[in-house]
Structures are given as C-alpha cells and as structure tokens.
Design a protein around this ligand. Structure first.
Ligand code: ZN
Length: 269
C-alpha cells in the first residue's frame, strides 16, 4: 500500500458510522475518487470543517490496488470559499459545478485540467454577482464538455468542414457543433444562433473563465446558450435531465436554468 499526498476539491460528503465521513473528491493527481476520513467527526477534529463541499484541501491518501473507498488522513484546508455562501444563487451555481464533476467525470482517471477548471470556477464565483456567476458557470460547463471530449465544433460545419453561413447559424448538439446550409437539413435538434451568440459561444470555449466576471452578455443569450450546454449533458447522460441542482437554480430564478422553457423545446423536440 502506497501513500500519496493529493490536492483536491471536495465534491460531496456523507456522514458514516458514529464518527467517520465519506468524501467524494476531485483531485489533481487521481481525478475523482471516493474516500473515507475515519474519526473525522470526533470532537476537536479539524478534518470535518476542512471536508466541506467547494473547499480545496490537501491530504494523504492510501492508494491500494483495488477500487472502493480510499482512506485519507492529515487533511489540511487549502481554500475555503466563504464568498460562495453569500447568496442562494451563487451557492446553487457552485452546487451545479460540483454535481457535474461528480456525475460526468470518469472514476480515478487523472485529469489536472478538470481540477484546475473547477478551482478556477469556484475562485471566480466568490467575486461574482448573480449575473456574472451564471456566465461563469456556463463557460465552465462548455469548457468541461470540451475536456471530456464532447466539445462543440464552432469554427466550421461539424459535418463537412465548410464555413458557416453569413447570417443565422444552425447549431446542433447531436451533430456536435454548427452546421452549414446543406448539412442542417433533416437534423432534428437545431437552434438558430445569431452572429452575436456565436461569438459569445466561441469566446466561452477559448477565453479564460475569469473574463466573464466583467463581460456582461444579454440574459436571452445566456439562456439560449445554456440550453445548448444542458442538451449536450442530456445526450451523454440522460439522468442529467432530473438534476437536483439544475432544479434548485430554476427555483431561485436563474436565467441560465430558466424554468420557463426546457432545452428540449428550444431545440424543437
Ligand atoms: Zn456542412
């Protein structure tokens, strides 16, 4: 059995037995992993306050050969994120980001890019307004899809590679990006994007997350691009349709998770 120090974001915790805590982490070194902190909930232990969702921690993990829960110890807090608990919306946005890292990433597969993306999102969310927080989450979702291999092709037709049309552009999550006039025929899930929407989408895929703290985009654009991101999650993971964190965001009035219409309606289903 080998010992390894890891840095990780806490995705979820569950009390276990009288004194222990199960924690699902996303680490820089091992990716997503399920761990147990034995005795963490005994009085006087600092581990329980470090092991909270959204926190960045450092700990020692006992790396065995098999799967299952891995024991962690010497848990140290690297960053707590008090700014996120300022509002229900920010808290909900962070919750959605953690849920996606929990449900969409493979178990125990190193992906430093996901770890950095998640940390960047949580750090910037602390400084965000309700509006910019939603923009940050959308950029996170689109970039996460890119890392996981579901990234949208937005510079030329996803089917034939030709340049996109001049005025309105057809975007299809099932085709994996934008479609030219010829290729859009017969494709079921098409959303017509304005030029402005396409340039926001391109910038979200390429620019660092933090630029969305300042660059405000119209809430209609946010909602429509949000449909695109949700449609992609649904295509790759049908269970995402019943996401509890998405339902919470709709309840607190998020434009990104508008309860008015669903992604399926937007794409003509
Ligand atoms: Zn084409």
């Amino acid at each position: 059995m080998a010992l390894q120090r890891i840095e990780a974001v806490v995705l979820r915790t569950i009390p276990y037995s009288e004194t222990s805590l199960i924690a699902v982490l996303f680490s820089r070194q091992i990716g997503r992993l399920s761990t147990i902190a034995k005795g963490a909930r005994r009085p006087g232990k600092a581990a329980a306050s470090a092991l909270q969702p959204t926190h960045d921690i450092s700990c020692i993990v006992y790396v065995g050969t098999g799967g299952g829960l891995k024991t962690i110890s010497q848990i140290e807090l690297v960053a707590d994120r008090p700014g996120i608990t300022r509002s229900a919306t920010l808290f909900g946005l962070a919750g959605r980001a953690l849920e996606l890292a929990l449900s969409q990433t493979p178990l125990e597969e190193a992906s430093p890019n996901v770890y950095h993306l998640l940390n960047e999102l949580l750090t910037t969310l602390e400084k965000a307004s309700q509006q910019s927080g939603q923009q940050l989450l959308l950029a996170y979702e689109l970039k996460l899809q890119g890392i996981l291999g579901y990234g949208l092709r937005v510079n030329s037709c996803a089917r034939c590679g030709r340049a996109a049309g001049k005025r309105s552009i057809a975007l299809s999550p099932s085709a994996g990006g934008i479609l030219c006039e010829t290729c859009r025929g017969g494709v079921g899930d098409v959303l017509s994007l304005e030029r402005e929407e396409l340039s926001v989408l391109r910038a979200m895929l390429t620019d660092p997350i933090r630029v969305w703290l300042r660059n405000d985009i119209p809430s209609m654009v946010l909602t429509r691009l949000g449909f695109t991101a949700r449609r992609i999650w649904e295509l790759h993971s049908p269970l995402d349709r019943s996401s509890s964190s998405a339902a919470f965001l709709a309840e607190v009035g998020s434009a990104l998770y508008s309860p008015e219409s669903s992604p399926r309606e937007a794409f003509g289903h």
